[in-house]
Design a protein around this ligand. Structure first.
Ligand code: PLP
Length: 405
C-alpha cells in the first residue's frame, strides 16, 4: 500500500507545546505516574474557575444557541467588544470590524491565510507563542524572527526588527503581554513599532490575550490605541482573562487604516463565512464577560493567588545556581535561562524529557518557542503553591544532578 502522507503545507509547521514531551507524559500517566504539569496555560484545570456569572448566562442562553449565527458573530457580543475597544482608547471601530472565533487561535490562522502569498514575510518575535510562526508557515509565508532582549527585560529589539524588514515583509506580530516571557511593553516602544509599520506600510497584529493579567499595578496599553493611520488587527478572547479556555471564545478587531485594506478585509469575510460561525455558547459568554465584574483583578492583586504563585516560582528558580529569570510583569509564564557554562545542553527537548522521566515535572523547552538557543525553558505558574514549590524543588534537584555529570 502507498503510505498516506501529510500535506507538504505542513513541512515547515511546528507546534511543540503539545509535542513529544507531552506524549511521554501521557504514557507515564497511563502507567500510573502523577506528573506536575507546568506546560500549558489552561487555567480551569488548576482550580481557576470561570466567573459564575458567565457559566450561568451560558446555561441560560443554551436553548438559543443551537443555530448558526452571522459568520462574524452575534451582534450583542460584537457590540460589547466595540465598547471594550472604546475603553482601551481604540477609535473608529464598528460592529462590522469585529470577528468572533473559536478562540483567538482560529482567527490567527484565518488572518494569516487571508494575507499571505508564498514567500511573503512576517516579523514574529523570538521567543514567540509558536502558533504565530506555525500559522505564517501554514499560509505559505516565511516567519522572520526578531529578537526580544532578555537583558532589557525581554523588550523587542527595534534595531533587529529594522534590520529584518525587506521588500517582502507584510506584517509585524506583537504579543503584549507576552507569552512566554511575561513582558509588558511600554507606550514608547509600541510607538516605535508603529513608526516602523508606518514607514514600511506593514500591518500590525497585536495579540493582547493577557491584557488583564497584570501584576504590581501595571497598566496595559493597546497598540491599536496609539495610531489610526496604520492597519492594526487586535486579537483577544476569554481564555485567559476569564479563565475559560474551553469555551473557545475569541475575537479579532480591525482598526486604523482600513481604507486601503478593502481587499484583505473581503478575504477575511470570505474565510469567516467558510467556517460558518464561531460556537454560539462561547459567543454568548463574551457579552456577559465584558460587561460583568472583572474578577481576574482579585487573582493578580498584591496578595492574589496568581501573584503569590509567580513570586514563589521566581524566587525558587533564581535561587538555583546558574538559573536566571526576568520576573514577569504580566501573563502566566516565565522563561528562565540556564547558563550554558553551568548546563551545557545540546538538545533542550531531550533535557525536558529527561527531567520528566526522572522527576515527573513537565515543562516546555525554549526552542519550542522559536528561541535561538537550547538554554531556556518555559514554566507555567498555575499550580497551587504546594505543587509549584514541589515542582521547583524537584527541578532544583534535577539540575543539581545535571551540574555534577
Ligand atoms: N495568543 C497567545 C499569546 C496565547 O498564549 C494563546 C494561548 O495560550 C492564544 C493566543 C490562543 O488563545 P485561544 O484560547 O483564544 O485560542
Amino acid at each position: 500500500m502507498r503510505p498516506i502522507l501529510k500535506s507538504n503545507k505542513l513541512d515547515d509547521v511546528c507546534y511543540e507545546i503539545r509535542g513529544p514531551a507531552m506524549d511521554l507524559a501521557r504514557k507515564m500517566e497511563d502507567d500510573g505516574h502523577k506528573i506536575i504539569k507546568l506546560n500549558i496555560g489552561n487555567l480551569a484545570t488548576f482550580g481557576f474557575d470561570p466567573p459564575d456569572e458567565i457559566v450561568r448566562d451560558m446555561i441560560r442562553n443554551m436553548p438559543n444557541a443551537a443555530g448558526y449565527t452571522d459568520s462574524k458573530g452575534l451582534f450583542a457580543p460584537r457590540k460589547s467588544i466595540v465598547h471594550y475597544t472604546q475603553q482601551k482608547g481604540i477609535t473608529g471601530v464598528t460592529v462590522d470590524d469585529v470577528y468572533l472565533g473559536n478562540g483567538a487561535s482560529e482567527l490567527i490562522v484565518m488572518a494569516m491565510q487571508g494575507l499571505l502569498n508564498n514567500g511573503d514575510e512576517v516579523l514574529v518575535p523570538a521567543p514567540d507563542y509558536p502558533l504565530w510562526t506555525a500559522a505564517v508557515s501554514l499560509a505559505g509565508g516565511a516567519p522572520v524572527h526578531y529578537v526580544c532582549d532578555e537583558q532589557a527585560d525581554w523588550m523587542p529589539d527595534i534595531e533587529d526588527m529594522k534590520r529584518k524588514i525587506t521588500p517582502n515583509t507584510r506584517a509585524i506580530v506583537v504579543i503584549n503581554p507576552n507569552n512566554p516571557t511575561g513582558a509588558l511593553y511600554p507606550r514608547e516602544l509600541l510607538l516605535e513599532i508603529l513608526e516602523l509599520a508606518r514607514q514600511h506600510q506593514l500591518i500590525v497584529y497585536a495579540d493582547e490575550i493577557y491584557d488583564k493579567v497584570l501584576y504590581d499595578g501595571a497598566q496595559h496599553v493597546s497598540l491599536a490605541s496609539l495610531a489610526d493611520d496604520v492597519l492594526c488587527i487586535t486579537l483577544n478572547g476569554l481564555s485567559k482573562n476569564y479563565r475559560s479556555c474551553g469555551y473557545r471564545a475569541g475575537w479579532m478587531v480591525v482598526s486604523g487604516e482600513k481604507k486601503h485594506a478593502k481587499d484583505y478585509i473581503e478575504g477575511l469575510n470570505m474565510l469567516a463565512s467558510m467556517r460558518l460561525c464561531a460556537n454560539v455558547p462561547g459567543q454568548f459568554a463574551i457579552q456577559t464577560a465584558l460587561g460583568g465584574y472583572q474578577s481576574i483583578a482579585d487573582l493578580v492583586a498584591p496578595n492574589g493567588r496568581l501573584t503569590r504563585q509567580r513570586d514563589l516560582a521566581h524566587k525558587m528558580l533564581t535561587e538555583i545556581p546558574g538559573v536566571s529569570c526576568v520576573k514577569p510583569k504580566a501573563a502566566l509564564y516565565m522563561f528562565p535561562r540556564l547558563d550554558p557554562k553551568v548546563y551545557p545542553i545540546a538538545d533542550d527537548q531531550q533535557f525536558i524529557c529527561e527531567l520528566l522521566a526522572e522527576e515527573k515535572v513537565l515543562l516546555v523547552q525554549g526552542t519550542g518557542f522559536n528561541w535561538i538557543a537550547p538554554d531556556h525553558f518555559r514554566l507555567v505558574f498555575l499550580p497551587n503553591t504546594d505543587d509549584l514549590g514541589e515542582a521547583c524543588g524537584r527541578l532544583a534537584r534535577f539540575l543539581d544532578g545535571y551540574r555534577r555529570r
